[in-house]
Design a protein around this ligand. Structure first.
Ligand SMILES: C[S@@+](CC[C@H](N)C(=O)[O-])C[C@H]1O[C@@H](n2cnc3c(N)ncnc32)[C@H](O)[C@@H]1O
Length: 356
């Protein structure tokens, strides 16, 4: 399925619009007991790992992962309210947590500074989800792993409450990125996709909770759903709950997509010249890396990151042979640019590499 940017601005009805206590209910004991072991397993989180939880909200997963896996978790969210709430909670009994306000699309963390990155139900709320994926790649060290937790657009209409409120279902289905698109963003960022797993939660529902939550959601962020449709949704919900009695459950199918930042095998050592080791691309492999986040700072130099070159160390200064073309294509300031380079020379404190 192709990714089409949603017509409705995903930021306008992001979870950050929600009252804190309502939002924090997603981290109920029941939900933590179900999702946290899965997140730890899919991301292969080990004791001592530095884990970045992007779009952590009020931090329930971050705290539980720190405690369960003895990990050092950093939670990032762009909602100052959610992070302030997370900061007030007691420290976990094991592991550590740290909180940062910041954007998933420009994560406030150093390059290569995490072993694991979690993007749990956050990509669908972003203007530029592919940037958040590229940022996860930047934040991870070589060998690090990212896990995306998401809902497939085709599964939305059967969830509660969307099952009873068609306008809500349509908007949510439109904003959830197709799984193929997420895997493509991961690959374009430089990741190797290692697995896709579908999980059924089969959550037992309580009518009073579902009614209350539908009303809060409709009033605080799905404001485009008419009062008549909300009323009709409540009626349908009651009928469904009554018909199913104690067996009223929501399967809530959810996907985990895992990917690794592997060291590239595309390079082979070339001759050493004036004490500097040169490398070249192995024949048959992709000729040159894709370049992104180019920041031109003169007509002859620019600053950028090339995917798959993390093992060369921190960000280098890249001198690009076809810089004129790059500059003419690139946005005025820092931004995203996708261009296939034909020749590139890289210089850093550690030496100089030529690729052609
Ligand atoms: C649906 S909640 C997911 C919370 C948690 N990760 C989970 O899996 O339940 C989405 C979270 O992403 C945050 N968010 C939305 N846009 C963001 C952005 N541009 N940068 C960082 N966080 C963002 C929201 O504030 C909210 O906390």
């Amino acid at each position: 399925m192709r990714y089409v940017r949603p017509m409705r601005d995903p930021v306008a009805f992001s979870s950050a619009q929600l009252p804190i206590e309502h939002f924090d209910e997603r981290f109920s004991q029941d939900n933590l007991a179900f999702w946290v072991p899965l997140l730890i397993e899919c991301a292969q989180i080990q004791p001592g790992h530095r884990v970045l939880d992007v779009g952590c909200g009020t931090g329930g997963f971050a705290r539980a992962i720190a405690k369960t896996a003895s990990a050092a978790v950093t939670g990032v969210d762009y909602s100052e309210r959610f992070i302030a709430f997370a900061r007030e909670l007691p420290a976990p009994q094991q592991g550590t947590v740290e909180w940062k306000v910041g954007s998933a699309e420009a994560q406030p963390v150093e390059d290569n500074s995490f072993d694991r990155v979690l993007l749990s139900l956050v990509l669908h709320q972003l203007q530029h989800p592919e940037l958040a994926v590229a940022e996860a790649f930047r934040a991870l060290n070589a060998g690090g792993k990212v896990v995306v937790r998401t809902i497939a657009p085709e599964d939305v209409a059967n969830r509660v409450p969307e099952r009873f409120v068609p306008a809500m279902a349509a908007a949510d289905a439109e904003r959830m990125p197709p799984l193929d698109a997420i895997e493509r963003w991961l690959q374009e960022a430089g990741f190797t996709v290692t697995g896709r797993r579908r999980v059924l939660h089969n959550k037992k529902l309580r009518l009073a909770d579902e009614e209350r939550q539908l009303l809060i959601e409709a009033h605080s962020r799905y404001t485009f759903v008419s009062a008549a449709e909300v009323d009709s949704g409540l009626r349908l919900m009651r009928k469904d709950a009554k018909a199913n009695g104690a067996d009223w459950v929501d399967p809530r199918p959810t996907y985990f997509i895992a990917a690794s930042k592997t060291a590239s095998t595309d390079l082979e050592a070339g001759p050493s010249y004036q004490g500097i080791q040169h490398h070249r691309w192995r024949p048959g492999n992709s000729p040159l890396p894709l370049c992104h986040r180019v920041v031109p700072h003169s007509r002859t130099h620019c600053h950028c990151r090339l995917k798959d070159l993390s093992y060369l160390g921190d960000e280098c200064s890249y001198i690009l042979a076809n810089l004129h073309q790059l500059i003419s294509q690139s946005p005025a300031g820092p931004g995203v640019l996708t261009a296939r380079l034909t020749r590139v020379a890289i210089s850093s404190g550690a030496g100089r590499w030529d690729f052609s």
